[in-house]
Write a protein of this length. Structure first.
Lengths: 75, 526
């Protein structure tokens, strides 16, 4: 999780990822940010997030994104 | 059948009457019959293309659905004997087959679109490069083909991704592809959203019906009073570019922005309004885009369903594809973190905007238009740290006044890129835009020359009044729908009288008067 937070902090340092649950709904992350995050995740975690998983539910919070990574690692 | 014709209004009246009279279970079948009738007006041959799209996508969806169901059944039945790796391998094997079917379906439909839409463009390129003289084929573009093919492609990709189960009834699927209000110029609907209300049953709901009717009226107002009037000046100014330079180019940018907005959003209002009268919810395609502060926001608010289509089905899959991730890794190693990080995003952005340009039409002006949009987006992205610092440093940049400046800037920037559409000549457009800085003819604003463009003073006054109404409505929409907040709160008798009066006003102040088959919708040609 720390590694993921590090990636997210690098995109937007001023966001409180522990509490924010509206990263997509409030437009904090745009499509450019999402792709940067996915690219970083693929090199850090060795999982590939497919396009069909790019939905608000998976990217609205750090916790949701972490859950997705765990799910994909498990598959 | 144009939306702006007595024929369409008669068709709509009969259809709506029957729709609420037939048994509820038959409503969607009536809609399908109505859609086929509507489409057949454009020529029976065009029906073949839409039938090929509907049938091929339907069959591919069914087949993919069957393979997925068989896969799940197999894994369930053999879960004890299959370990994790074996399950994974089996899933991958099935995925390969479903991918193949989806690809064939995409290839057939996009191939069909490419042949019809782009053959002449291809020939012109070949003729240009090899100095040959191959004759053009001049295929007639079937009505709405870019829209229904994209809608169907979205469906088959979603089914492949397992987002929803395929539609089993071919007639129901055919209605999804051919639903007449959105056939002409979209919106590009998603099956999981449209199907919620498309198939009914729908009891007559006076409130919904009235909301829909008001929206249709609003659409006609924009189209007939504003767009169809403005087009005369747009054609005059773009028809003689040598004569109309400098201030006239600025005027053209403004006039075309007004015309296109009133035309496209007016058409979409009619589409969504008609659907609402039938109890059906169609996705919104605009969110007052001229109030956008920057180009990225503008593209989130203009032609929304096209933007999200390109994002979901091209931008994201391309950006996160294994190949792109490889390119990203390579570029980070070779070009450094800072540049390497940007490669997949920017490469995908360029490809998406190239495709968006090409989708709009088979000509260089559309491609350059797409790439210019892309350039502005990438430059703004690169400058965003600078903007953040600027907004932190200077307090005035967070005021309403500065926001108005940003809207103004975005409006004109998009406007100047957009005139590529009307000149349809890339170097010519650049020459015209350059003339704004080199030709000092601003005095012509007051010389009466604008009254020689085919529009009288009263025409300009009508457009100005129309724009003032559009602007006021847009501002009022900050607090919700004008229909709900103002109109529908009045007594029925008052509403009825006002509705009839506005309809009469549209008839009188419409650019050509009723009975005239008014100008085609601009987006109908894409």
């Amino acid at each position: 999780m720390d590694k993921l937070l590090e990636i997210l902090k690098e995109i937007h340092a001023d966001v409180d990822y522990d509490t924010c649950e509206t990263l997509i709904d409030d437009g904090i992350l745009d499509s450019f940010d999402i792709i940067s995050i996915i690219t970083e995740i693929s090199s850090e975690f060795d999982v590939q997030i497919p396009a069909n998983e790019i939905v608000p539910e998976n990217f609205n919070s750090a916790a949701a994104l972490w859950k997705l990574i765990e799910k994909l690692e498990d598959e | 059948m144009s939306f702006v014709s007595l024929g369409f209004l008669a068709f709509l009246a009969v259809l709506i009457l029957l729709y609420y009279l037939v048994p509820k279970k038959g409503q969607w079948i009536l809609l399908l019959a109505g859609s086929v009738f509507f489409y057949a007006f454009a020529g029976w041959s065009a029906l073949i293309f839409i039938a090929v799209t509907a049938l091929s996508t339907y069959l591919a969806g069914i087949y993919i659905g069957k393979l997925a169901a068989d896969r799940d059944k197999y894994i369930k039945e053999h879960s004890a004997e299959l370990d994790k790796e074996a399950k994974k391998a089996y899933k991958a094997k099935v995925k390969k087959r479903t991918y193949l079917i989806m690809s064939l379906c995409l290839l057939l439909n996009l191939g069909m679109l490419a042949v019809i839409k782009y053959t002449d463009f291809g020939i012109s390129i070949v003729n240009g490069i090899f100095r040959t003289n191959i004759g053009f084929v001049h295929f007639a573009l079937p009505m709405g083909i870019s829209f229904y093919i994209f809608q169907s492609m979205g469906y088959i990709i979603d089914v492949y991704r397992g987002k929803y189960a395929p539609e089993k009834n071919i007639a129901r699927f055919a209605l999804f592809v051919s639903f007449f209000p959105q056939l002409l110029q979209g919106p590009i609907s998603r099956f999981d959203e449209l199907s919620k209300t498309l198939y009914g049953p729908h009891k007559f709901d006076w409130n919904k019906f009235a909301r829909g009717a008001w929206r249709v009226l609003w659409g006609y107002f924009k189209k007939v009073v504003i767009a169809d009037r403005m087009i005369t000046a747009v054609l005059a100014l773009s028809g003689e570019p040598e004569k109309y330079t400098g201030v006239y180019v600025v005027a053209l940018v403004l006039f075309y922005a007004i015309e296109l907005y009133a035309d496209f959003t007016g058409g979409i209002d009619i589409t969504i309004g008609v659907a609402e009268m039938l109890g059906i919810e169609v996705a919104e395609n605009f969110d007052r885009p001229f109030f956008s502060l920057n180009i990225t926001e503008y593209w989130r608010r203009w032609h929304i369903t096209m933007g999200t289509w390109f994002k979901d089905y091209i931008f994201y899959p391309l950006s996160v594809s294994p190949k792109m991730l490889k390119i990203s890794k390579w570029s980070r190693e070779k070009l450094g973190q800072a540049i390497g990080k940007r490669v997949p995003v920017y490469l995908s952005t360029i490809i998406v905007w190239f495709a968006t340009g090409l989708w709009h039409g088979a000509a260089w002006n559309f491609i350059v238009w797409g790439l210019l949009n892309c350039l502005v987006i990438i430059v703004s992205q690169e400058l965003s740290p600078l903007y953040t610092r600027f907004h932190k440093r200077f307090g005035f940049s967070n005021t309403k006044g500065y926001n108005v400046f940003q809207m103004f800037r975005t409006f004109w920037l998009m406007g100047f890129i957009r005139v590529l559409d009307v000149y349809r000549d890339v170097p010519g457009t650049f020459r015209q835009v350059w003339s704004v800085f080199t030709t000092a003819n601003w005095g012509n604003l007051f010389s009466g020359s604008f009254l020689k463009l085919g529009l009288t003073l009263s025409d300009f006054i009508a457009v100005l009044a129309g724009c003032a109404v559009m602007f006021t409505v847009s501002v009022l929409q900050n607090k919700g729908q004008v229909r709900d907040n103002i109109i529908l709160k009045r007594p029925v008798a008052v509403r009825l009288v006002v509705f009839v009066l506005i309809a009469l006003l549209i008839t009188i102040f419409g650019a050509y008067g009723i009975g005239y088959d008014a100008g085609a919708f601009i987006y109908g040609q894409f």
